[in-house]
Design a protein around this ligand. Sequence first.
Ligand SMILES: [Ca+2]
Ligand SMILES: [Ca+2]
Ligand SMILES: [Ca+2]
Ligand SMILES: [Ca+2]
Length: 496
Amino acid sequence: MAWWVAEAQDCQPLDPISGSALTVQIPEADDQTLLSNNPDFYRKQIRIGGTYNLGVNLQLSQGTAAFNPNTYFAFSTATNSNTGIYIRLIQPVDRDGNAFNVQRVGNSETFSLTCTTNTGTTRTYSLVVQFVDQNDNSPIFQNTPYSVTVNELTPIGLTVYQQITATDADQSNNGQITYSLLAGDGTINDGSRFFAINPTTGVLTVKETLDYEGLSNLNKLYSIQVQATDNPINTAERRTSSQFLSVTITDGDDLGPAFEYSSCFRYSGYCFDPRYTSSITSTSLNTQLVVFPYPPQTPFNQPVTVQARDKDTLNAPIVFDIETTVPSGYASFFSVQTQQQTGSNFYSAFITQTQSINRASVGGKLELILRASEETGHKRSTRATIDVTVSGTNDFDPVVTSSSGNFIGTISEDADAGTPLRAQGSTDAIQLVVTDQDVLPGDPDPTYFFVPDTNLFTVNGKGFISLVSAGSLDFETNSAVYFYGRCKRGKYCRET
Ligand SMILES: [Ca+2]
Ligand SMILES: [Ca+2]
Ligand SMILES: [Ca+2]
Ligand SMILES: [Ca+2]
């Protein structure tokens, strides 16, 4: 209900208590569609008594306003009423935006309104139209495009970018901006989980540890979509804008070296628990170890160069050494030479045996723990195991002993072929036993071949001696047979 009593006199003087000007508040409208869709929203009653065009005529002029109001406003009576005078916005005006071809207005404009009655009374008022801000502008990002380069080692919480800013031409809440990051597409280049944005200032900080190596080699950047949202009282009227920010990630020294060979077990793309095998003799001095990969290559295992490189693309220099051995104490029996491969990030290790190793004291095998260290402040290192077989040098003759304690056997002259030779004074067959100091516990059992220098007896692989053919012995002519045997490796094994 209007506060003006319409029955009072037409074109009456203003009540000084209510102010010296006619003031109406009309929402801005920067588009004709708005006016067409909801015309009554842009209509306000003015407190002049009488009924428009029924005893009261009104004439609007520019006054102190920046433009002529006549094409923008119309007067009317209220719908379904014949009292009261209303002013209505009929052409779009723009308080704050960039609407094309639309009259720009200030927060308020003061026009001149002349009121004339049928009886000839004329009065002129100042008509102040206050254009009420509507949330008709979206936030606009400034100084775009946004991009920044950040090292992967940047700690969590650190500010990485503070150029993000958006403006909104609307007033107060309608222009108040909150920043947020939009959820990304979940690919490895989606930066939404790695960064946080201050909702008020737009300052970008690191939220999760960055990872240069986790990004594809072709695309070392995170993409972030920043959203700016305004804050109208009616949240349904919120307007948003978004802008991409690309964060290029540079490599930092967070990884150590990795050994590399084609047949290794891999974890995250790198050789896991690298192992090699090699073989030396106790005295193979001053020759480089020939090293095979483990697991072996298929179908043909071939020697490889022991090599490692920095997992960071920083390609720190690598240096190798033997950290320790199993059993311990043999690191100084070897020297390691490090060499950078030409035109490559790989460094090679060449290992040379420099001192004789007593094969028996290492049990025929030795583990070299080869360490690759990067020459950076962090001194990160990684290890490979080289299983070295220390093979015998055949320094010792095999020694043959007999199960009976001596080399005297008995057999009946009329024994059948295949009858074993028995120990003297016993029914047990004699067995020849070979020992060889070159053979160490754990070595595969060697096979010895006994080659007697007689045709009468044969010795099988287990050392049992037996008659070759029946009737070949004659106690009366030959009560004893002497013979020598020879066994493997060309060593003579004496026996009778
Ligand atoms: Ca506005
Ligand atoms: Ca706005
Ligand atoms: Ca790195
Ligand atoms: Ca590194």
